[in-house]
Write a protein that binds this ligand. Structure first.
Ligand code: NAD
Ligand code: 3PG
Length: 531
């Protein structure tokens, strides 16, 4: 097997490259390239490890013909076009906790630096001015800190601020009352926060809802003398409005680690006496960089080498413990999906995936993803588990998952049912014995007829009348056309009624042979299949 090849395109702790190599990947570290240079190179790689500098645009993704995974050594993924990556079947992962403490500490450091004007006092002192009378600070003790966003980083900031004896209030529409109690913050609405907070820190991702959340209008509602810290994302604050309010003195101070445009080379805020900033250093500690580098390399290598999925933003997770159990089910599910996709006619507006017996105890998402990947292959060759759910959604296919822990005839069963113009059509399969790598996957039912068959390689599906001599006629036809039969699997609704025949053959069945098969006495329907 050729080794997966990974490109590290942003500055990253060397542990990342070491882990990739140890886990069986070839790795190139090439940082600081232009988008044009990356465009030329990206086609060679299966994995791309980045921080915030590399911009993964649709153009880059179109050129990334081998790419399977993008790993963000950090949290924010606004530099990756995730919907486009999903459409291309590329997994996008991040490391959601590796730099949270470090970033929370940076926010607290910025707040303290603002409260006591440390950067300005430092500059004056080192310039020989001894500016003791120029700086009068404020205490944070007893002050109200307003968090906009109380997720991982926001809640760490809350804990640190409580240690500093601050009262913490939070605006976060997704913060549950229970979680607010757990982290000791008062949940408020945005206007309530703006009115009450002496300090405001932002800790949300940049989304359509959060963009410009501190707009000119909301900045106008803040308490006079407020101090504002942003270590989350540029674009959350209207920088021009902030500069005006710093100028007027309504905002007593602002500290930004992140800017609307980065690298920020100019800004109306630069040079203002009550403004301080850092160049996106929130995650820049030795500890955080080692954490995120190790994590991203482990996660990406796990996916490229073993198929394990952790912290993916565009597909369900599959833990290292779950992966070996789920793998044979995913192989079975993909084949059942593919069978339905090859046999069902017309639009398939609804699909249900039913897990019965042992299968019902498993995480259903990867199994459903595999069914969809198999099914959607009728529309596109480049479909996989990552983009299949998106393609299904685009086509308006309604997907249902049903779990039934009760065992039926089989100890474990996966059933796929599609709604077709002619009514519901269902296929089912099980895993036999040692089902490692899907080797034990068996079809058990096709459109209401019991049958036992492996779905593998080239096959021929025939619906026929159950009558003596039929098997011989088909065997003769195959022989006459030089087609070797591997397995011959039969099922029937009742004696003398509708029957199905599934042949595995050693070469693809041509259109010509299929047409000859259609003319064989007793044949109702013929379809060559490939798995
Ligand atoms: N400066 C840096 O170097 C640095 C480092 C790490 C993370 N970050 C950034 O910090 C931010 C927060 O990271 P995190 O790990 O805490 O993320 P998180 O997902 O754990 O928390 C984000 C919180 O924002 C809340 N939120 C979402 N939409 C909101 C809205 N409209 N209004 C209010 N709250 C909303 C969510 O409910 C969630 O609780 C991200 O933007 C991340 O990219 C920056
Ligand atoms: O979202 C993040 O993790 C931070 O913004 C850190 O970005 P960086 O890796 O470029 O420092």
């Amino acid at each position: 097997m050729t080794k997966p090849k990974v490109l590290i395109s942003d500055k990253m702790d060397p542990n990342a490259a070491r882990i990739f190599e140890e886990r069986g990947c070839d790795v190139d570290v090439i940082t600081g390239e232009t988008a044009e240079e990356l465009l030329v190179r990206i086609g060679e790689y299966d994995g791309l490890a980045i921080r915030s500098s590399t911009k993964v645009t649709p153009e880059i993704l179109d050129a990334a013909t081998r790419l399977k995974v993008i790993g963000r050594a950090g949290i924010g993924v606004d530099n990756v076009d995730i919907p486009y990556a999903s459409g291309k079947g590329v997994v996008v992962m991040n490391t959601p906790f590796g730099n949270s403490i470090t970033t929370a500490e940076h926010a607290i450091a910025m707040m303290m630096a603002l409260a006591r004007q440390i950067p300005q006092a430092n500059a004056g002192t080192q310039a020989g001015e001894w500016p003791k009378s120029s700086f009068m600070g404020v205490e944070v003790t007893g002050k109200t800190l307003g968090l906009i966003g109380a997720g991982n980083i926001g809640s760490i900031v809350a804990a640190r601020a409580q240690g500093l004896k601050m009262k913490v209030i939070a605006f976060d529409p997704f913060l549950t009352p229970e979680r607010a109690i757990e982290i000791g913050v008062e949940k408020v609405d945005l206007d309530g926060l703006l009115e009450r907070a002496d300090f405001i820190t932002l800790h949300t991702p940049l989304t359509d809802e959060t963009r410009n959340i501190l707009s000119r209008e909301s900045l106008g509602k803040t308490k006079a003398g407020v101090r504002i810290v942003n270590c989350a994302r540029g674009g959350l604050i209207d920088e021009a409005a902030l500069a005006d309010l710093l100028e007027s003195g309504h905002v007593a101070g602002a500290a930004l680690d992140v800017f609307q445009t980065e690298p920020a080379k100019e800004s109306p805020l630069f040079g203002m006496p009550n403004f301080i900033c850092t160049p996106h250093l929130g995650a820049s500690t030795t500890e955080a960089q080692v954490n995120v580098a190790l994590q991203v390399a482990e996660q990406m290598a796990d996916y490229l080498v073993n198929g394990g999925v952790t912290n993916a933003l565009n597909m369900p997770s599959l833990s290292a413990e779950e992966a070996p159990k789920l793998k044979p089910y995913m192989a079975l599910a993909e084949r059942l999906g593919s069978l339905v996709g090859q046999l069902a006619h017309g639009n398939l507006p609804k699909i249900s995936v039913e897990l019965e017996g042992d299968a019902a105890e498993l995480n259903p998402k990867p199994i459903t993803g595999a069914v969809l990947a198999g099914l959607m292959r009728r529309y596109s060759d480049t479909v996989n588990m990552v983009n299949a759910p998106y393609l299904a959604k685009e086509r308006g296919i309604e997907v249902r998952e049903i779990r039934n822990t009760r065992e039926g005839i089989y100890q474990t069963l996966v059933r796929v049912t599609v709604a077709t113009d002619a009514g519901d059509r269902s296929v089912a399969g099980t895993l036999f014995g040692n089902a490692k790598d899907g080797g034990g996957a068996r079809l058990t039912e096709i459109f209401g007829i019991g049958i036992e068959a492996e779905l593998d390689g080239d096959m021929l599906y025939i619906v026929n009348d159950d009558a003596p001599g039929f098997i011989g006629r088909i065997g003769t036809l195959m022989g006459e056309n030089g087609i070797n039969i591997g397995t011959f699997n039969l099922g029937r609704r009742q004696a003398g009624g509708e029957a199905v025949l599934l042949l595995s053959v050693d070469q693809p069945i041509s259109q010509e042979v299929a047409e000859r098969a259609e003319k064989v006495e007793g044949v109702r329907f013929v379809k060559p299949l490939a798995f």
